[in-house]
Design a protein around this ligand. Structure first.
Ligand code: NAI
Length: 248
């Protein structure tokens, strides 16, 4: 299939995990892929190579999505290198889990800045290009815990719920310019992020999933591909759960 041929995508936090799976799926559908992560390390170099092996243009950028100025520089550089940005995936995210009793101000600020402010930073930076071309698809990586809340993740849940409000507002504000904005709310997906959890916690999570398995990064990437492509041309302002029916 060539669902994204001729499109340029920018994906944040994509040297590994869900972001990387999205990058590879987009590339397999013909998109040229720019992606960012904190450092130009072996993960980024490997991801860059794997994307390029699919026959599209690929470039990894060291850029902190939590920084407003970094994000602006990143988007301007991507437009210089690739000519435009059609698809933005705000994927970069972190956890600093703790009970509220023990959660520090730093834990709160770090999570809100990386997970929520980053989407503001990047969306601000791409909007003028997307407005000029009168098209664009923005995808924000929320979470089922942004929809439902979760004990021990007050900061993370708040950031992911914030992304949903942001998504709906951007969809309403930029819809008349041909720009769509949607959120994906993954459930429990097997990545480095969830590897931090103990086997006990992992098993408890899986018991609550009607499809009785953890999700794969590719499960999320499939939905991102739908939202990036013209298959979803009349879908905007929505939150799509990818969670094996954990949250309905
Ligand atoms: P991961 O930890 O494997 O990958 C996240 C990537 O983002 C890493 O490469 C990391 O270096 C990068 N990153 C972190 N801070 C950054 C920053 N300030 N600027 C640029 N890059 C940065 O995590 P995973 O699981 O792939 O998560 C991707 C997204 O999906 C996150 O937003 C996460 O909150 C969300 N998500 C993940 C779920 C899961 O079960 N794994 C469930 C629901 C949502």
């Amino acid at each position: 299939m060539n669902l994204l041929t001729g499109k340029v995508a920018l994906i944040t936090g994509a040297a590994r995990g869900i972001g990387k799976a999205i990058a590879l799926k987009f590339a397999a559908e013909g998109a040229d892929v720019a992606f960012s992560d904190l450092n130009y390390d072996e993960n980024m170099a490997a991801t860059e190579k794997e994307i390029a092996a699919l026959g599209v243009k690929s470039k990894g950028y060291a850029s902190n999505a939590a920084s407003f100025s970094d994000s602006e520089k990143l988007v301007n550089q991507v437009v210089k290198d690739f000519g435009k940005v059609d698809i933005l995936v705000n994927n970069a995210g972190i956890t600093r889990d703790n009970l509220l009793l023990r959660m520090t101000e730093q834990d709160w600020d770090a999570v809100l800045t990386v997970n929520l402010k980053s989407a503001f930073n990047l969306t601000k930076a791409v909007q003028r290009y997307m407005m000029k071309q009168r098209s664009g698809s923005i995808i924000n990586m929320s979470s089922v815990v942004g929809v439902n809340g979760n004990a021990g993740q007050a900061n993370y849940s708040a950031s992911k719920a914030g992304l949903i409000g942001f998504t709906k507002s951007v969809a309403k504000e930029l819809g008349s310019r041909g720009i769509r904005c949607n959120a994906i709310a993954p459930g429990f997906i097997e990545t480095e992020m969830t590897k931090k959890l103990s086997e006990e916690v992992r098993e408890a999570w899986i018991k609550t999933i009607p499809l009785r398995r953890a999700g794969k990064p590719e499960d999320v990437a499939d939905v991102a591909t739908f939202l990036a492509s013209e298959l979803s041309s009349y879908v905007s302002g929505q939150v799509i759960n990818v969670c094996g029916a954990m949250s309905t």
